[in-house]
Design a protein around this ligand. Structure first.
Ligand SMILES: C[S@@+](CC[C@H](N)C(=O)[O-])C[C@H]1O[C@@H](n2cnc3c(N)ncnc32)[C@H](O)[C@@H]1O
Length: 214
């Protein structure tokens, strides 16, 4: 693994501890968020059209997004740091493949994925580590493949740590993440900001849809 392994251990332990509760709370969350479903549908259409290989959901947690992408017609598998999350995902979706691993050091050959979805998983990486994550995504995604990022958005503030219920997390200005992913070799296709729903923490949600260049 690159960078300090201690924050990865802390993150894995923290998600192991809350995995059952997290899976319960978020199982049907997408039903209440039509804008996110629309974005996943768009990502799936881009990925199916490019036909550049399977898609990995990196930081898949209990696998609900992986399963949603499967339902949208993608060949997809999930990777997560937390062994308890992976155990839950395997039990909930026995037809899908889930592996324990860190998304900054993937056990995958170069250029073999048609896409990567990172849905609220880079939020726990210390900001100085994020370029290495994007470099790893760039390594495993084939030319013409796609990247979809979901994260908390910082608005006019710089990247900032906030009190996430599970473990330290960072919200990012969308332009800064787009710039870092761009420097790693992804070109922006589009972006979305959505306001928090009632009951969500008072942060906007950022989404970036990007394509790997040649
Ligand atoms: C907020 S949860 C999101 C889970 C899932 N994407 C979803 O939306 O339901 C963040 C997940 O990212 C995982 N994660 C954080 N850092 C990771 C890393 N470096 N490699 C793999 N998984 C990681 C955590 O273990 C956790 O399951």
């Amino acid at each position: 693994m690159t960078g300090s392994s201690s924050y990865l251990d802390v993150t894995a332990d923290a998600y192991d501890a809350v995995a059952v509760l997290y899976a319960e709370l978020f199982r049907d969350e997408l039903d209440a968020v039509p804008l996110d479903r629309a974005l996943f549908a768009a990502f799936a259409e881009f990925a199916r059209t490019a036909d550049a290989g399977p898609v990995a959901e990196l930081g898949c947690g209990p696998g609900r997004i992986t399963a949603h992408l499967r339902d949208l017609g993608l060949e997809v598998f999930g990777v997560d740091l937390s062994p308890v999350m992976i155990d839950l995902a395997r039990r909930a979706y026995p037809d899908l493949r889930f592996e324990v691993g860190s998304m900054d050091a993937l056990d995958l050959p170069d250029g073999t994925l048609g896409g990567v979805v990172s849905w609220y998983s880079i939020i726990h990486a210390p900001p100085q580590e994020v370029p290495a994550y994007f470099a790893e995504f760039r390594r495993v995604v084939a030319p013409g493949g796609h990247l979809l990022l979901g994260f908390f958005e910082a608005g006019d503030a710089p990247v900032t740590a906030f009190d996430h219920k599970v473990t330290t997390a960072y919200c990012w200005p969308i332009d800064d993440l787009a710039k870092l992913a761009g420097e790693a070799g992804f070109r922006e296709i589009g972006r979305m900001l959505r306001e928090p729903l009632e009951g969500e923490r008072p942060l906007r949600h950022g989404r970036l849809l990007m394509r790997r260049g040649e």
